[in-house]
Structure formats: structure tokens, C-alpha cells
Design a protein around this ligand. Structure first.
Ligand SMILES: [Zn+2]
Length: 157
């Protein structure tokens, strides 16, 4: 067999993995591989390395899964770290609300005194008192918004 015959066989060995060979090409190659150890070995080697590639491809999902798990764990740790901050925010809100309740009579007296002294309309004084009461929820709302704004850039992707 001439060198050109082997060259043609090698070309067809590679080609059959890329595209379907014509019947005559396929028959010719099979006939050549049956009688040529060198080309048959090459054919085997290529098939093995290609199946090895496929095996590597099959190994990807478990790796991907562990990476995803890692990500989830990272996110969980992030959330866990954010937890004390939220508790702190609610503690501040609770304390300021409790202070609001505790100081309400004094504040009301103060506002009454302010009304007597300045002669300001009672509606403005009442509005001021309501404002004093609504400060804790406002702080909590602001803190929650601020917390969200802080958390957003940390999110992956
Ligand atoms: Zn050959």
C-alpha cells in the first residue's frame, strides 16, 4: 500500500467524526482499516481520545454542582452576616419607639407649654406631636431602605 492510501485513510478517520462519510468512502475506509494495523491503531486512538473528551464533559455537571453549592453557601453566609445588622436596626426602632411612648406625656406637656408661650395654633402642635410619634417608624423605614441599597451591589452577577 502506498503512502497516499494511508494519507487518505487518516483523512477519512478524522473526517468521519466531523461529517458523515459517503457509502463508498466508508466502505473503502473499513476495508483499509481491516488490512492496515497502523491506520486501525490511529482510528482506535482517535476514538478513545474523543470518548475521553466526552467523559470529561460528563464530569462537568458534578463540578458545576459543587460550585453552585459553594455559591449558595457564600450567599447564606452573606445573609447570615446581614442578620445582626437587621436586628440592630429593629432594636434601634424598638428603643426609639419605647422612648417615644415613655416621653410622650412630657413631650405633650412641652408642646402645650410651647403653645401657651408662643400662641401657636393647636393643630400645628398636634401635628408636631404626631410627627414625634412617627419618627421611629420613619427611622426603621429609612434603615430598611438603606440596608437594601447597601445589599444590592454585593449581589453576584
Ligand atoms: Zn493505512
Amino acid at each position: 500500500m502506498g503512502e497516499q492510501t494511508h494519507q487518505r485513510a487518516k483523512k477519512l478517520i478524522v473526517q468521519q467524526h466531523v461529517e458523515i462519510l459517503s457509502d463508498s468512502e466508508s466502505q473503502w475506509l473499513n476495508a483499509h482499516l481491516a488490512g492496515c494495523k497502523s491506520c486501525a491503531a490511529e482510528h482506535c486512538q482517535l476514538r478513545e481520545s474523543l470518548s475521553a473528551l466526552r467523559t470529561m464533559h460528563l464530569d462537568l455537571p458534578p463540578n458545576l454542582a459543587s460550585r453552585t453549592q459553594f455559591r449558595v453557601r457564600m450567599r447564606a453566609e452573606e445573609l447570615h452576616e446581614a442578620e445582626p445588622v437587621k436586628k440592630f436596626v429593629w432594636a434601634i426602632a424598638a428603643v426609639s419607639w419605647a422612648l417615644g411612648v415613655a416621653t410622650a406625656p412630657f413631650v405633650w406637656r412641652g408642646i402645650e407649654w410651647l403653645g401657651h408661650t408662643t400662641g401657636a395654633p393647636r393643630i400645628i402642635l398636634q401635628a408636631g406631636f404626631v410627627l414625634w410619634w412617627s419618627v421611629p417608624p420613619l427611622i426603621a423605614a429609612w434603615a430598611a431602605l438603606f440596608d437594601k441599597r447597601l445589599a444590592q451591589p454585593q449581589q453576584p452577577e
